[in-house]
Write a protein that binds this ligand. Structure first.
Ligand SMILES: Cc1cc2nc3c(=O)[nH]c(=O)nc-3n(C[C@H](O)[C@H](O)[C@H](O)COP(=O)(O)OP(=O)(O)OC[C@H]3O[C@@H](n4cnc5c(N)ncnc54)[C@H](O)[C@@H]3O)c2cc1C
Length: 264
């Protein structure tokens, strides 16, 4: 079985800076990490491989700047077999539509997969659109919010999907794309052997021309999303912060503050 995991590198901080002109995130010199929710996708892929024995191979794909190779290596250290980085200046400024187009091009280029795993959402963009859009570009089914794989056969899968107030069971044929939720497993910590293997592994970098992508479908120009305006919210009220007090003192101070404003 050919398994693929899509992983994204995200900022390892909530102090993200935005370029107000282009409406895009300033990604240079920022600390980055493997999207925490993608670790569940990686873990599930590795568990499927372990269940199938030697009959499975896991390929990790990420699209991003060259430093995103670290996210690919993090996934390899957890048990994936090989990885590719899709990186090209022409891809800069891609929105979710263009990102999904490029990732689906990489998947096609690598010969296609039976199972494609991705995270529920990336902790920076948070749209949750990329997985289902990749499936749409590949014309295969997408099963989202998967919390359990109940049954997996060569050409068939049945899963549980987390839905509001419960779960539903759905089945389909392979190939399929699955986006997984946290409840599906507990990601493992990479062991020393895994880290060493990842460190030594060469990660090929794929470009737009390697994949024969349509240049007008990628990058800022190829992205249908327009960020019309981006701004930091302005505080319209003056708040009062009470700190360094025990709860009783803090409550007394709050009461006298509210009394001074005529609220109490
Ligand atoms: C106008 C515009 C310009 C942008 N320019 C840039 C840019 O220059 N550089 C940039 O990095 N982002 C850019 N973005 C953001 C970028 O489009 C999104 O970060 C990206 O498409 C993923 O969307 P998301 O973060 O909502 O992921 P989600 O849809 O929330 O991610 C769901 C899952 O899809 C997979 N996935 C998502 N993204 C990737 C990826 N890149 N590689 C592999 N797997 C992935 C992961 O498994 C992830 O858990 C831009 C967005 C807009 C609107």
């Amino acid at each position: 079985m050919r398994i693929c995991v899509l992983v994204k590198q995200v900022p390892a901080t909530d102090k993200v800076k935005m370029d107000e002109k282009t409406g895009t995130m300033i990604r240079t010199e920022m600390e980055a990490e493997l999207n925490p929710l993608d670790m569940y996708a990686v873990e599930e892929a590795v568990r499927v491989k372990e269940r199938l024995g030697g009959n499975a191979r896991i390929t990790v794909i990420s699209m991003g700047p060259l430093m995103a190779v670290d996210a690919v290596k993090d996934a390899i250290s957890m048990g994936c077999d090989e990885g590719y980085l899709l990186s090209d200046k022409l891809l800069a400024g891609s929105d979710t539509w263009a990102t999904a187009y490029a990732l689906s091009g990489a998947i096609r280029y690598l010969g296609g997969f039976d199972l494609i795993f991705c995270g529920e959402r990336a902790t920076d963009g948070e749209t949750g659109q990329v997985g289902p859009s990749v499936a749409s570009w590949l014309n295969i089914p997408a099963l989202t919010y998967v919390s359990k794989i109940e049954r997996l056969e060569e050409r068939y899968i049945r899963v549980r999907r987390a839905v509001e107030g419960g779960y539903e069971v759905v089945e389909t044929e392979l190939p399929v794309l699955l986006s997984v939720v946290k409840e599906i497993n507990e990601p493992r910590l990479p062991n020393l052997a895994g880290k060493l293997r990842a460190k030594e592994m060469q990660i090929p970098v794929l470009t737009v021309d390697d994949l024969n992508l349509n240049r007008s479908f990628v990058g800022l120009e190829g992205s249908p999303t327009r960020v019309v305006k981006i701004f930091y919210p302005k505080l319209s009220r003056n708040g009062k912060i009470i700190s360094g007090k025990n709860p009783e003192e803090a409550v007394d101070e709050l009461i006298s503050f509210l009394e001074s404003k005529g609220i109490l």
